[in-house]
Design a protein around this ligand. Structure first.
Ligand code: AMP
Ligand code: MG
Length: 488
């Protein structure tokens, strides 16, 4: 691997160098060969032979320089003060085979100075959810952290019950959160200039070409955040805990807790059971992204040339960028050009889904069964299941809508439309029920279901033989939601 440990060269107030606390008897959970290949891990015999020991914290290769990072944040809209890596360590930074810097971050590996009341551990259940979600989003084409693999162990961890401790080697382009800057502003303001230079040099080097690199950088963060959240909305992803300590400065999805993928379409859906006010409901995500940026940006007024007005100019395009990306994606999901008439159809379609509590993923995919039935037997089936759920009124709305929709498609190249629809409407997303089946089996030492679901999510836009009906089955309408514990 091409090591490039740069964070450890920053001011020592920003982190604490330390070793992991080993897990007891770590055993292989899963290993992502594709990520290993991208990192160059695959080419190193020692790393390949000893990956379970490394992820279990028992062996630290000489080139690793483990550290826990300090950061702060706003949680559920309130200033939470110092947080930091309470159970994860940045183990090493490497140049991946795309020449981009990648962080190797081991999560669940013991106490750090930032552990507060926590035990520094992660349980198998939440480790599997994080492992599969990073994989699912990455393969769906949404910027996200992913993972090299995870291990399970004999270390006992107390949550609502005793559970098995696990550790995940998370891989992300960065682990710098909005909360890093919030920490600096509160506890070491003299470091802001140096740290901003580091963020620009490392993640936004193109901003150096601007006459005002800091403003160009801030604008770029605004843009990437808006685009990431538009991607979430389009795929039906709810992050669940969009605190400022869980948002990456690279616009890449980070920190998976009580996340979920939309099933029966309800824009007000709250996946996180601890989110009593619905602050992080699916439909609030774009506004919360803006809220987080608005809290974050003013810290940069300490830097020369940054004023309240220039910051307002940075943030102003957020909504337009989000809308552009979201609306374009929505039209693409229907195979239509980005135009006013297409959007009218798209919003009527979303209303139909909402009014009839239709499954978000299956319904979009079912449209291929309408547009090109002969090529899409699976989608034709989805369409039949969908229309079977309609009452008379809904059937009328559907017939009217689908006639106008087909007419809108008529003058277009059907090949292009079908390609767009196939590549933007997944067949498989990580439904909570799917993750739960994997977890139940894994807690009994069975990893076959994990392997199968991992495979399925590797090519989410293609119908696959290894799928079962359960993989695409939404909960019954009005069924109580599966509780997703916030403890992890
Ligand atoms: P999260 O809700 O996972 O984003 O975590 C919020 C903060 O709590 C972060 O600073 C975490 O490092 C810390 N934290 C969460 N769980 C634990 C734990 N079991 N032990 C120590 N720190 C934790
Ligand atoms: Mg977090």
């Amino acid at each position: 691997m091409r090591y490039q440990n740069t964070y450890v060269k920053l001011d020592t107030r920003l982190y604490h160098e330390q070793q992991p606390t080993p897990l007891d008897n770590p055993r292989a959970g899963h290993f992502n060969m594709q990520v290993a290949e991208q990192l160059g891990w695959l080419d190193d015999k020692d790393l390949m032979a000893r990956w379970v020991e490394i992820l279990g914290g028992q062996y630290v290769p000489a080139q690793f320089q483990p550290l826990s990072m300090a950061y702060a944040g706003h949680q559920f809209g309130q200033w939470a003060g110092q947080l930091g890596d309470g159970r994860g360590l940045l183990m090493a930074q490497v140049l991946g085979n795309n020449d981009q810097l990648q962080d190797l971050h081991l999560k669940g590996i013991g106490l750090t100075p930032y552990s507060r009341m926590g035990d520094g551990r992660a349980v198998l259940r939440s480790t599997i959810r994080e492992y599969l979600c990073g994989h699912a989003l990455t393969q769906l084409g949404i910027p996200s952290s992913n993972a090299l693999g995870f291990v399970v162990s004999d270390t006992k961890v107390r949550r609502e019950r005793m559970e098995a401790g696990a550790a995940l080697m998370r891989v992300a382009d960065s682990h710098i959160r909005f909360g890093h800057v919030e920490w600096i502003a509160s506890f070491a303001p003299d470091l802001l200039g140096e740290f901003t230079d580091y963020m620009i040099d490392t993640y936004y080097p193109e901003c150096h070409d601007s006459e005002t690199p800091v403003l160009a950088f801030l604008q770029a963060v605004v843009e990437r955040t808006a685009r990431m959240i538009a991607d979430w909305q389009l795929i039906g992803f709810a992050h669940g805990v969009m605190n400022t300590d869980n948002l990456s400065i690279t616009g890449s999805t980070l920190d998976f807790g009580p996340f979920g993928f939309m099933q029966r379409f309800n824009p007000a859906w709250i996946n996180n059971h601890s989110d009593h006010t619905g602050r992080y409901a699916y439909q609030n995500q774009p506004a919360i992204g803006h809220w987080n940026l608005n809290i974050w940006l003013p810290h940069f007024m300490r830097l020369e040339g940054v004023t309240r007005d220039t910051l307002a100019d940075c943030l102003a395009p957020y909504e337009a960028i989000f809308m552009q990306h979201y609306q374009q994606g929505l039209c693409r999901k229907l195979g239509l050009p980005h135009a006013k008439e297409s959007l009218t159809l798209a919003f009527e379609w979303l209303t139909l889904l909402e009014d009839n509590l239709l499954d978000y993923t299956n319904s979009f995919r079912a449209l291929l069964g309408l547009v090109a039935p002969n090529e899409h037997p699976y989608e034709q089936q989805l369409l039949a299941i969908m229309t079977a759920e309609f009452n008379n009124e809904a059937l009328n709305v559907w017939q009217n809508w689908s006639t106008r929709y087909l007419a809108a498609l008529e003058p277009l190249s059907s090949e292009t439309s079908i390609d767009e629809m196939r590549s933007s409407n997944p067949v498989y997303v990580l439904r909570n029920s799917m993750a739960q089946r994997v977890i139940t089996a894994a807690e009994q030492g069975q990893f076959d279901e994990l392997n199968r679901v991992f495979e399925l999510l590797a090519t989410p836009y293609r119908v696959q033989d290894i799928a079962t009906d359960l993989d695409t089955l939404p909960p019954a309408p009005h069924a109580p939601q599966m509780p997703i514990s916030c403890s992890s």
